[in-house]
Design a protein around this ligand. Structure first.
Ligand code: PEP
Ligand code: MN
Length: 333
């Protein structure tokens, strides 16, 4: 439930807070202290009694378990700026290899991407692999290489965190911290990330509902970190012929109900490089604020996810088509 406050003397606010405290409500101030967000047993409250307090302008009983992620709470789009990259206004593209494999590999890919005008580079350092026998990532060494190329080419660095134990390293080396599909509901991790000042790229759990996804984002916002980018990366369903079902319906839906930027990852969402371009175009047509695409200078030698990874040349073609589609959509808006 939320209570919109009137502009009144501090004593009137205190009187209301004392009352809510006596009813065992947890109270959070939002929107520059103009709104109170209450957690507790609603049955304990007589709404008419509440409206009688001088400090109360309006009482709204919410029909969702989340609030801060919604447009009801914030009308304007959240815009996140990291180096030259901007999320939530226009189209931003994050590209890079699934895994950082060596200093030379990441430098080579970063240089090509920078040349194409890409502003955000993603590379995995800690890989959450389904099998313990596959490449697990170079760890801190990879984060150092990423930081070096981020500084050299002025690219915003994105990398996935898999354990709260690594948080200090991510604060030091990374500009945008990715929470992968397997950790979307790792609440201990979300609570730590909610207290830091770094944008979070929150992927959708592969079996998560929109409500569960938005609640995961709400964890971050409710703890003070409002810079959250939502990333649709495909869910498990009955479809076969691709690795996952890319839920593109979710883009217009989230853009309507939430102020957070929404991007799409067609690499993990399809699992095959030849499907990445058509689904990128579909995502842009559906209103995505950005894309996350796996790119490698030689996908067949990639240490992870090579099958879904584009080579530099194919990524350049995709970029051209995506940009011209975006321009066409804007001209006809
Ligand atoms: C990745 O981005 O390389 C990754 C493992 O993604 P996801 O969490 O979507 O599977
Ligand atoms: Mn990958």
């Amino acid at each position: 439930m939320i209570i919109v406050l009137k502009k009144v003397a501090i004593n009137n606010i205190k009187e209301l807070l004392n009352f809510l405290e006596s009813k065992k409500f947890e109270v959070n101030f939002l929107e520059e202290n103009k709104v109170l967000y209450l957690k507790g047993e609603l049955d304990e409250l007589d709404l008419n009694q509440l409206k009688a307090f001088d400090a109360v302008e309006e009482v709204v009983v919410l029909d969702t378990p989340y609030y801060q992620v919604l447009r009801k709470c914030q009308k304007e789009n959240t815009i996140i700026k990291v180096k030259d990259a901007v999320f939530g206004s226009g189209l931003e593209i994050i590209a890079g290899p699934c895994s950082v494999e060596s200093k030379e590999q990441i430098d080579r890919i970063a240089k090509s991407l920078k040349f194409m005008g890409i502003k955000a580079l993603r590379g995995g350092a800690y890989k959450p692999r389904t099998s313990p026998y596959t490449f697990q990532g170079l760890g801190e060494e990879a984060l150092k290489y990423l930081k070096a190329v981020g500084d050299k080419y002025n690219l915003a660095i994105v990398s996935e965190i898999v354990s709260e134990d690594d948080l200090d390293l991510f604060i030091k080396y990374v500009d945008i911290i990715q929470v992968g599909t397997r950790n979307m509901q790792n609440y201990a991790l979300l609570k730590k990330l909610g207290k830091i000042k770094k944008p979070i790229l929150l992927k959708r759990g592969f079996a998560s509902t929109v409500e569960e996804w938005l609640l995961a984002a709400e964890y971050l916002l409710s703890l003070g970190n409002r810079e959250v980018i939502l990333c649709e990366r495909g869910i498990r369903s009955v479809a076969n012929g691709s690795k996952a079902t890319l839920d593109l319906n979710v883009i217009p839906h989230l853009k309507k109900i939430s102020h957070l930027p929404v991007i799409v990852d067609p690499s993990h969402g399809t699992g095959f490089s030849e499907y990445v371009e058509p689904m990128s175009l579909a995502a842009v047509a559906a209103g995505a604020d950005g894309l996350l695409i796996e790119v490698h200078h030689d996908p067949k030698t990639a240490l992870s996810d090579g099958v879904q990874t584009l080579c530099i040349e194919r990524f350049a073609q995709l970029l051209k088509k995506v940009k011209s589609l975006k321009e066409h959509l804007e001209e006809n808006d």
